[in-house]
Design a protein around this ligand. Structure first.
Ligand code: GCV
Length: 678
């Protein structure tokens, strides 16, 4: 009775905290489950930490029939995959190894949570990629480059002794969607990451992640031998340098026997690299590959390289890497951003995909929304990821999609991998915006199976994260599925790109042209607006970036008539009065696109407001507030871009388009005090 009174009192005093839905549980919410099946209803052999987790998830959350978990040598070919079969009294999950069993368990829990049939299962799953990896851009001082969800999850100052419970929660969330690898630190890497005291801390994280099937990787600074090891240089052909890496690598593997390997950003944006010594990217990558090889480690070498030069930035990575094809060791994989510039709202796929015929290639996506309104804007990224993965490169003939080039199904890739730059921080809801959790989820699900549709992913995520009530799921699904195109419309429609505010990249600055600054960091470099028109001429008569694409794409993109309109200004400098397919002039179309972007966000606000009965108060309010910001920002983008471009087009804003509510001169004065951490 006493207890009851106390509970009642607490309930009356803190009613909200009782039902607090702060988003911390991500999609792993099992609201109606009081208890799972009893341990005697799980049949399994052997003892293994991963198996123990699988069993614990079942006894905590699984409410269906008896389960048998089996490892079978004959299923090794499924890699991390599994088979699930059910009959009326039992479900059998079998896999080649324990990780597969754990993934299988999360699969049936997902089915239960989304209220799917679990009585007639006959499922075989094999992941699309071997390495499904999150890249954290987390710094040792706790800041996160391009992070919008608070500080880093990794508490370096507390490790190795004090362990945050969130490390394990993080590992569990990743395992539940099939992510099996993480790079802990920023590609703009501090040499200190490799200091012994830091490696001791990394070891603790690796130990926590291991039972969840997750391997740890590190970004390394190419100058580490010189800076940390006090050698005369970091030249990859210098024996002392090679030995330094060899010793460091042995030290790492003594602490972390299943360490994954290194991620390297070299000779890019001021980072050191082999070119500092007149060597090539292949020289640098191979030197590291050699020392990792005996331990089974790999090198992920980034192709994101460009320098301020006369050459179109979009062409530079290709020019740099193509001559190196065939020169990389077989435990090197070249990590290529999805587009040739830099995670823009829309880019064509990076022409390096498929062009390196004798080199393993992997795609890098940005889950964190550096160029998509940070954690303020609701932008569901599965359609963006899929747009790249489904792009046909024509490298090995028709059907050579980026997905097939990278997943090993067309070529005999030694390593297959896919990377996403994490959007995770220490915020209670992990990603700053509840809907940004969907992007973490979508990346994991697509890394596991790139054939899943965006709609399937949204369905799963919404039902798990909120409710399966169709009155909620259907409208919110529509909102999510259209949200990426909406963001493109109010930011950079028709192939416009990189017209963001300088450095922090939040908000519009199409006029950006800092005197004395790097031209390839200035918006005017990218849109080239003048009285004749707008857009970057990358045709044969321009920078000829189109020539980096295989036939027939080089012609399709290169011809203004056949170039897809959503990439028009990426490839062409187009007259303002150019007639678009719908009969409008380019200028009118631009106005129309910006306007429809704004209108859609307004519509999202209305949709969300109608969802109030289906969502807890806390998450409802959070999303509502974020949509207000997005709505204001969309108008800001529209006004800034249209008023600025109008100074060149000199054409009126069409009658049926909302009038600007800002003065261009006022917008030009906006200087946000946002720190860009690196
Ligand atoms: C980690 C862009 C970002 C940088 C980032 C870089 C990269 O330029 O603005 O913050 O640095 O990409 O991917 O290396």
């Amino acid at each position: 009775m006493n207890n009851f009174r106390t509970y009642l009192l607490i309930f009356l005093l803190f009613p909200l905290s009782f039902f607090a839905e702060d988003g911390s549980q991500l999609w792993l919410r099992f609201p109606n489950v009081k208890k799972g099946i009893s341990a005697d209803k799980i049949i399994s052999k052997g003892k293994n930490p991963t198996l123990e987790i699988a069993k614990k998830e079942l006894t905590t959350y699984w409410q269906g029939q008896m389960i048998e978990l089996r490892t079978e040598k004959s299923l090794k070919h499924l890699k991390d995959g599994y088979i699930i079969k059910s009959n009326s009294d039992k479900i059998i999950i079998s896999a080649g190894k324990e990780n597969g069993l754990l993934y299988g368990v999360y699969h049936i829990l997902r089915l239960q949570q989304t209220k799917s049939d679990v009585n007639h299962l006959n499922i075989t799953e094999k992941p699309s990629y071997d390495v499904r990896i999150l890249n954290h851009w987390d710094n040792l001082d706790g800041s996160v480059e391009r992070g919008y969800a608070g500080k880093s999850l990794w508490k370096w100052e507390d490790l190795p002794n004090k362990i945050s419970p969130r490390y394990e929660e993080y590992a569990r969330a990743n395992a539940s969607i099939g992510i099996n690898s993480v790079v802990l630190n920023n590609v703009n890497a501090s040499p200190n990451m490799l200091r012994t005291d830091y490696l001791q801390k990394v070891k603790v994280l690796a130990n926590i992640f291991r039972p969840y099937g997750i391997k740890v990787y590190l970004s390394v600074n190419f100058s580490s031998p010189k800076v940390l090891g006090r050698l005369e240089n970091s030249d990859p052909l210098n024996k002392n340098v090679q030995n330094w890496w060899k010793d460091k690598t042995s030290e790492i593997y003594k602490l972390i026997p299943d360490f994954g390997g290194f991620l390297v950003k070299a000779n890019s944006e001021g980072q050191p690299g082999p070119q500092d010594y007149g060597r090539t990217h292949a020289d640098g990558a191979n030197m590291m590959a050699d020392v990792l090889k005996p331990f089974g480690g790999i090198v992920m070498w980034r192709a994101f390289v460009y320098s301020p030069s006369k050459e179109d930035r979009a062409k530079q990575a290709y020019l740099e890497f193509l001559p190196l094809d065939g020169k990389f060791k077989d435990n090197v994989i070249v990590q290529i951003k999805n587009g040739p510039i830099d995670f823009q709202p829309r880019e064509p796929f990076n022409p390096l995909f498929g062009a390196l015929k004798k080199t393993s290639e992997m795609a890098e996506f940005q889950i964190t929304q550096e160029y998509l309104g940070f954690s303020n804007h609701l932008v569901f990224l599965a359609p963006l990821f899929k747009e790249t993965l489904e792009s046909d490169t024509y490298a090995d003939g028709k059907g050579s999609t980026v997905a097939k080039i990278t997943d090993g199904s067309l070529r005999n890739n030694k390593i297959t991998a896919i990377a996403g730059v994490a959007n995770i921080g220490e915020d209670t809801n992990w990603t700053g915006n509840i809907f940004a959790q969907a992007n973490w989820y979508a990346f994991g699900r697509l890394a596991w199976n790139h054939e899943l549709s965006s709609e399937q992913i949204v369905n799963e995520w919404l039902k798990m994260t909120f409710t399966d009530n169709q009155k909620f799921v259907n409208p919110v699904k529509e909102m999510m599925l259209s949200s990426r195109e909406t963001a493109v419309d109010y930011m950079m429609p028709l192939g416009l790109h990189h017209i963001f505010a300088f450095d922090h990249h939040y908000g519009p600055e199409p006029w950006g042209n800092i005197q004395g600054g790097r031209p390839d960091w200035m918006p005017v470099y990218y849109h080239k607006a003048d009285e004749n028109g707008v857009g970057f001429d990358r045709t044969k008569s321009g920078s000829n970036a189109v020539s980096q694409y295989f036939s027939p794409l080089n012609n399709t993109f290169g011809n203004i008539e056949t170039c897809p309109e959503n990439l028009l200004l990426w490839f062409h400098h187009v007259p303002w009065s150019y007639q678009m397919k719908d009969g409008k002039t380019l200028w009118e179309e631009l106005c129309f696109k910006y306007d429809s972007g704004v209108k859609n966000v307004r519509e999202y606000q209305k949709i969300w407001d109608k969802m109030e009965p289906y969502v807890d108060a806390e998450r409802f309010k959070q999303v509502q507030s974020k949509l207000k910001i997005q709505s204001k920002d969309a108008v800001w983008w529209k006004d800034a871009c249209l008023l600025y471009f109008q100074t060149f087009s000199k054409m009126p804003i069409p009658y049926n388009i909302e009038r600007p509510v800002h003065e261009l001169e006022d917008l030009k004065k906006i200087k946000l005090d946002l720190k860009h951490h690196n």
